[in-house]
Design a protein around this ligand. Structure first.
Ligand code: NAP
Length: 483
């Protein structure tokens, strides 16, 4: 969930509602309390596909309450600027929400974080320059928190813009690395922390503030340089965490409790998500923190006899599916790219109409964002109880007649279990290879995100359905409908 709008509105609402306008102040406080409860419920409900829609709705209601609460503080805000901001924000946000395809969700998320973090950094900067150093000196604790707000806000801004550029192919997606990179990164971060410490105790050294800003902006860029495009979602979750923490610090600076709570929730959920993703991808969280991440090296070419994949046709595939009792569908990035989810729904309908038990096996990092597959399948109205997490469904594969892999590759690669030289070694995978028959839909024998061959495609029980996922699934569903 993004709290960008709160960053924006709260930038104007610089004091908690007390003193003047006590009645509206009380309403604003109640609205903030209500909003906090909504955000907590939203996070709870968003964690399950069955309640995710409800979670999204309650999050939006909470956001509305937060905005109303902030706008009620009329003694500290200038409505004309607020509405200019609303108009500009809506002009950018509405087309983004309407026209951006589902496959572009990672870069859209990166942009949201960039804007939210920029708001936090600007609020911190504005607040610093509002201090009259000769009259009103900030307390060291207040100043320290302000510096952290600006540092995290600025690095998240440039880091998120870099992530957007890489995911949108505006920048080279490959990792950009050089000797001593981690040392250079740590030195820049260290220098920014030294500036923060000096400013904390000497806030009147105004010349140091722009240096802190520049170092933080530079660190954001340097953090993302060594990361490959495919690993970006993990880093985006981390940047989400930083943006949340920055908002939380902004809450302390502005004395706004809603921001403290919402920022803490946002920060904690982003950090937890990046840890979960690191585990699911067998990556080290400390490497992610310092930018030593994503430098995936392809393993050595498989030795010995090169096995050949067996292609099949939609007619043959439909015949095998019609004879099955149980089918497990494993969706992956290719299904998202092909936008095949609605055709998958048609296939699901055809199979269940014949009394075949159909389930979906969801890997935590299938696609390019956590929950990517859940969102797409929910869009196609596949019943939630048919979507099973990897740990829940893996034990069912030995009894399963057909495992149908639709545009998934790395998440079903058995090399992760036994090939110590493989970049995905240790990553938990979906046990599709244990099914009696495997059907894999993809356009070629090209590798997936990790850039490695997949022995699943050349197993004795595997048949390949080459072609675009949408077209192939549609053809198989049509054959089933006609037979
Ligand atoms: P994958 O390993 O990237 O493989 C996707 C496959 O889809 C490719 O082999 C490609 O083969 C096929 N494909 C592409 N376009 C297609 C189309 N139009 N029709 C049919 N097939 C198509 O995907 P995955 O198995 O879902 O694994 C996800 C990978 O992303 C993992 O390595 C994971 O670690 C990484 N990752 C995920 C996340 C996350 O949060 N989900 C975050 C960071 C990284 P062809 O080119 O031959 O068609």
């Amino acid at each position: 969930m993004s709290f960008d709008l709160i960053h924006f509105v709260s930038s104007a609402a610089t004091t908690q509602a007390t003193g003047k306008g006590e009645f509206t102040g009380a309403i604003a406080t109640a609205a903030y309390l209500f909003a906090c409860a909504c955000f907590i419920l939203a996070l709870r409900w968003l964690s399950q596909p069955g309640t995710a829609r409800k979670g999204n709705t309650i999050g939006q209601i909470g956001m509305l309450a937060a905005i109303v609460g902030a706008l009620l503080q009329h003694h500290v805000i200038h409505y004309e600027w607020i509405f200019v901001g609303f108009a500009i924000g809506a002009a950018i946000g509405v087309p983004m929400a309407v026209f951006m395809p589902m496959t572009a969700v990672p870069q859209r998320t990166a942009l949201s974080h960039a804007f939210g973090a920029l708001a936090a950094a600007l609020v911190g900067t504005g607040h610093y320059y509002l201090y009259k150093m000769d009259v009103l000196r900030p307390h060291p604790v207040e100043m320290g928190i302000l510096c952290l707000e600006v540092l995290l806000g600025a690095l998240t801004f440039t880091g998120s813009l870099m992530a957007f550029g890489k995911l949108q192919d505006l920048l080279p997606t490959r990792p950009m690395v050089y000797r001593g990179q981690i040392l250079v990164n740590l030195s820049v971060l260290g220098a920014a922390l030294v500036c923060s410490t000096l400013l904390t105790f000497n806030p009147q050294w105004t010349w140091l503030f722009p240096i802190l800003l520049l170092l933080s902006l530079a660190f954001g860029v340097m953090l993302i340089l060594p990361i490959g495009g495919g690993d970006m979602p993990t880093v985006i979750a981390l940047l989400n965490g930083y943006a949340g923490l920055s908002a939380c610090f902004m809450g302390f600076v502005l004395d706004n409790r809603l921001l403290i709570i919402a920022g803490a929730l946002d920060g904690a959920s982003g950090l937890i998500l990046s840890i979960v993703m690191c585990k699911a991808m067998n990556r080290s969280f400390t490497n992610v923190l310092f930018g030593a991440f994503g430098q995936v090296k392809a393993g050595p070419a498989a030795q010995g006899e090169k096995k050949v994949a067996k292609p099949t046709t939609p007619e043959e595939a439909a015949g095998l599916l019609a004879a099955a009792n149980s089918v497990i569908i494993i969706p992956g990035y290719g299904m998202a790219v092909a936008q095949a989810q609605h055709k998958v729904r048609e296939l699901y309908d055809q199979l269940t109409r014949r009394g075949i038990d159909v389930k979906f096996a969801i890997h935590p990092v299938a696609g390019r964002m956590p929950g990517h597959m859940n969102v797409l399948l929910a869009e196609a109205e596949i019943p939630y109880d048919r979507l099973l997490e990897m740990e829940e469904i893996n034990s069912e594969f030995p009894q399963c007649d057909v495992a149908m892999v639709i545009g998934a590759n790395d998440v079903v690669n058995p090399a992760a279990r036994h090939d110590k030289s493989s970049p995905i070694y240790g990553m938990p995978i979906i046990d599709a290879d244990k099914a009696k028959t495997v059907m894999a839909i993809k356009r070629s024998m090209n590798p997936g995100f990790a850039g490695i061959d997949n022995e699943l495609y050349t197993l004795d029980q595997t048949l390949m359905l080459f072609g675009d996922a949408k077209a192939v699934v549609a053809a198989v569903a049509k054959e089933l409908g006609e037979s």
